[in-house]
Design a protein around this ligand. Structure first.
Ligand code: 13P
Length: 309
């Protein structure tokens, strides 16, 4: 199938082409919960970081196309070294992941040579390769609690998830000062104000929010754990990237849902659109590669993460 008139194709035609291409190429499409609904509709599976990683190890498809950001596609590639892994947009990346380099982590490890390193999944493969175990927002508290109390723990790169995990585990962690700009921007005052405005709503937030905001929330959890909460509750303030709010509004129109802030937009997650995904499928781009030495070490760290589902 060679398509020349991309700009003229309407949504319905694009969905039709996507279905044909997925079958023809034996391609499995994964989308993160933050993706536009038009993109989620193409996906064979929509989920959070941990779920996507797990599901990616189960598919028999020859190609996996990930709609999200580079660190997620890299994770899928590391866990599936023999599959062709494509990413929906050539430069949808994660600013948090790139705030510190592997050299920064090596320097920290030199300073604390006996510490175990826990690496949050929003990190480049090279950082995962320097760590004992990777975690996501869904299992970070559990992963750290599995490390004996007498051991020092370096937790990178997100200082806010680190602070939340330290608080929940009642232990000190050695951390970087990196953060996610989408979540970090929410102030305690904003969280308190919205709770005042909607007194009978539950506030649920992602642990990339600051510790002050997390402490104000009724639940701190991953995006898919938020979906589970909304299934059981009718009035909820959604404290994460706005894409999740739109997904929930779409699937649960009868529920009373409010975004914590309309400012919570991840520009990189929003780089992927319907046309872009179908085009990536047709042209089999943008292929993800990870250098062999990094891949092997990072896989060990990611395999351990998958034990904490
Ligand atoms: P999840 O762990 O819910 O997938 O969140 C990932 C993320 O990028 C949060 O900003």
């Amino acid at each position: 199938m060679k398509i020349e008139n991309w700009d003229e194709l309407q949504a319905e035609e694009l969905y039709e082409i996507a279905e044909k291409l997925k079958k023809e190429k034996n391609c499995f499409v994964l989308a993160h919960n933050y993706q536009f609904m038009e993109v989620q509709k193409i996906a064979d599976y929509v989920g959070d970081s941990l779920q996507m990683a797990k599901v990616a190890t189960k598919t028999e498809a020859k190609i996996i196309l990930l709609c999200g950001i580079k660190i997620m596609a890299e994770t899928v590639k590391i866990l599936n070294p023999d599959k062709k892994v494509l990413m929906s947009h050539y430069d949808a990346d994660c600013p948090l992941a790139n705030m510190k380099s592997p050299d920064d982590l090596r320097a920290l490890r030199k300073k604390y040579p006996d510490a175990e390193v826990v690496c949050y999944v929003n990190s480049p493969a090279a950082l995962k390769a320097e760590s004992t175990i990777t975690c996501t927002s869904a299992n970070a508290v559990k992963v750290v609690s599995s490390i004996p109390k007498e051991k020092q723990v370096i937790f990178v790169p997100d200082k806010n998830i680190g602070a939340w995990v330290a608080y929940k585990n009642n232990r000190e962690l050695i951390m970087f000062d990196s953060y996610c700009y989408v979540h970090e921007q929410i102030t305690l005052e904003e969280a308190m104000m919205i709770k005042e405005e909607y007194p009978d709503y539950s506030l649920i937030v992602h642990p990339e929010c600051t510790l002050d905001v997390c402490k104000e929330a009724d639940l701190v959890c991953s995006t898919s754990q938020m979906i589970d909460f909304v299934k059981e509750n009718d009035r909820v303030i959604i404290g994460t990237e706005i894409g999740l709010y739109y997904q929930l509004k779409y699937h649960y129109p009868e529920k009373h849902l409010v975004p914590l802030s309309p400012k919570m937009i991840c520009d990189d997650m929003k780089k992927t659109d319907l046309r872009g995904v179908v085009r990536a499928l047709e042209e089999e781009k943008y292929e993800i590669t990870v250098p062999a030495n990094i891949k092997q070490k990072a896989k060990k760290s990611l395999d351990r993460m998958l034990l904490f589902i």
